[in-house]
Design a protein around this ligand. Structure first.
Ligand SMILES: [Zn+2]
Ligand SMILES: [Zn+2]
Length: 255
């Protein structure tokens, strides 16, 4: 039996990607101040937007798969400790699983799964909800199946997992814009660990590198981070000079 509060969060998860995309679309169209630091000074065609909107039909899959686990009786612990523990466990596992599956999707044999998302070399408000059905199916099953195993032993809470999805949908949405909205000095402290919109933009424009989701940690450990990421960030944010070509590089820091 799925309760009313559970249905409400499932509906939020199903619709949030589109709601966020619409917000960024309106922000960019009306030239809100948060959009002023462009990352690439290149046009995004209508054709791309139409393709991304067509692909976005798959976006509610997160909610459908979470609902299926719930229907099967998983994630029913209702304690506050379980809520916090479930949120933390999902955050940690999502970071690892996203990095591992993302690297795997870039292997020749599996790239067909991820190809649709990468057809956008420049990110628009709708790129975050543009992916193949298989990509999100693999991501969601790989995320939730190990959590379901943990649920047998520890008892997980669906709202803790749902809170991760809500945070993910919000952050992933603005991580796919063509403007940087973090503070100019973000990379002095928080940005040493966490990613940014510029970070993920380089993954799309250059096709490889910067595979991480919320943090830079795994890219650092596995040596897959672009070495000119911070100079690009400074150029976009401090100098207000967007990159003019997709493969353009900034000088990496000396040493
Ligand atoms: Zn990729
Ligand atoms: Zn992306």
């Amino acid at each position: 039996m799925i309760t009313v509060p559970e249905i409400v969060v499932l509906v939020v998860i199903a619709a949030l990607g589109h709601a966020m995309a619409l917000l960024w679309y309106i922000a960019a169209r009306n030239k809100w101040k948060i959009c002023e630091r462009a990352i690439y000074d290149l046009p995004i065609g209508d054709k791309q937007i139409k393709r991304e909107l067509r692909n976005s039909v798959h976006a509610p899959i997160h909610s459908v798969i979470l609902a299926a686990f719930l229907y099967l009786g998983f994630f029913r612990n209702t304690s506050a400790a379980s809520f916090v523990g479930s949120l933390l466990a999902t955050m940690i596992w999502a970071e690892i699983w996203h990095y591992a599956s993302h690297r795997a999707f870039h292997l020749k044999s599996l790239h067909w799964i991820h190809l649709e998302h990468h057809r956008s070399h420049l990110n628009s408000a709708f790129t975050a909800i543009s992916f193949s059905f298989t990509e999100k199916l693999v991501f969601d099953l790989g995320l939730l199946a190990p959590l379901a195993v943990a649920d047998w032993f520890l008892g997980l809470n669906v709202f803790g997992i749902a809170a991760w999805y809500i945070g993910y949908l919000v952050i992933n949405s603005f991580s796919h814009a063509n403007f940087e909205l973090k503070s100019k000095d973000y990379n002095r402290l928080l940005g040493k660990v966490l990613t940014s919109t510029t970070y993920h933009s380089l993954h799309h424009s250059r096709y490889v590198g910067n595979f991480g989701l919320g943090t830079r940690l795994l890219d650092r450990i596995f040596n897959t981070e672009w070495d000119d990421y911070e100079p690009v960030y400074d150029r976009v944010s401090h100098e207000g000079r967007p990159l003019a070509k997709l493969r353009e590089r900034a000088a990496p820091p000396a040493g």
